[in-house]
Design a protein around this ligand. Structure first.
Ligand code: ADP
Length: 246
């Protein structure tokens, strides 16, 4: 397809390369409690992204000098598997994974009631098994559900999704081609009451486009929130009926 943006036309007659409208999310799947050794876990698909989140804790902090007397510390490790992208990625941490770990932790921390668990740590691990743009948002969504599955007291679930700009139009939840060759990418994370705990931006947006992108991402987060909630409710109903049968 010929056009602007690196010779690709991303939107034709209001329809994107993968058949979505500009305000549509990719299909989402959430499974809760997939890892028996973790205190809480979640597997999530957002389009072609596949991530798994595992939560351990609250537990003792090692090394001990990291302890905080009045609250639990939260650690978040984002890791992209070497097989998660088309070209094999060199395994191990890099600048990008340090950045994503930091911003993801900061996105979740405001809702975690860390003061309930002084001198302890809550460890969150996110492994990206397959990447297709938006892995930080998928990771945050999965981690948020895994924290709830671990029974960590929280003020609410954090939800995350991105908006982008392609062919001069603001679109919801960009996939890889739109992210890599588009004009902008703006991931956000929000609380259920609408406070933004993460906002980043790559590329260029006018003031109006920026407002439009934030609004679209907020609406996307609202839809994802309902899916997160339903996945947790299903899990608890399942556990309750298993307990009643036993
Ligand atoms: P996010 O996955 O949160 O959108 P980026 O914008 O940094 O984060 O990455 C966009 C996409 O580009 C990733 O989801 C992945 O598909 C691809 N990508 C990122 N880093 C690499 C890498 N080191 N090697 C190959 N592909 C990558």
């Amino acid at each position: 397809m010929q056009g602007n943006n690196g010779n690709i036309t991303f939107i034709r007659d209001g329809v994107r390369l993968d058949g979505r409208r500009v305000d549509e999310l990719r299909p989402i799947k959430i499974e809760v409690g997939v890892l028996s050794r973790a205190d809480g876990s979640c597997y999530m698909e957002m389009g072609d992204n596949k991530v798994v989140a595992a939560v351990y804790g609250p537990r003792e902090v090692h090394p001990r000098h990291l302890q905080e007397v009045s609250r639990a510390i939260v650690r978040y490790r984002y890791n992209m598997a070497s097989f998660s992208v088309e070209e094999r990625r060199r395994p191990g941490p890099d600048r990008r994974s340090y950045e994503l770990s930091k911003v993801s932790r900061e996105a979740l921390e405001p809702v975690i009631l860390t003061s309930y668990f002084p001198r302890s740590v809550i460890d969150i691990f996110v492994e990206v098994l397959q990447a297709d743009a938006g892995t930080r948002t998928a990771g945050i969504n999965a981690a948020s559900v895994a924290l709830a599955d671990a029974g960590i007291p929280m003020k609410g679930l954090i939800t995350s999704c991105a908006a982008g700009k392609v062919d001069g139009q603001v679109v919801l939840d960009p996939m890889k081609e739109e992210d890599n060759f588009g004009q902008a990418d703006l991931p956000i994370a929000i609380t259920p009451w609408g406070d933004i705990t993460l906002i980043q931006m790559d590329g260029d947006l006018s003031r109006d486009e920026f407002r439009q992108a934030v609004e679209l991402a907020r609406i996307g987060c609202g839809k994802i929130y309902e899916i997160q909630r339903k996945a947790l409710l299903d899990r608890y109903c399942q556990m309750e009926s298993a307990a009643q049968e036993a």
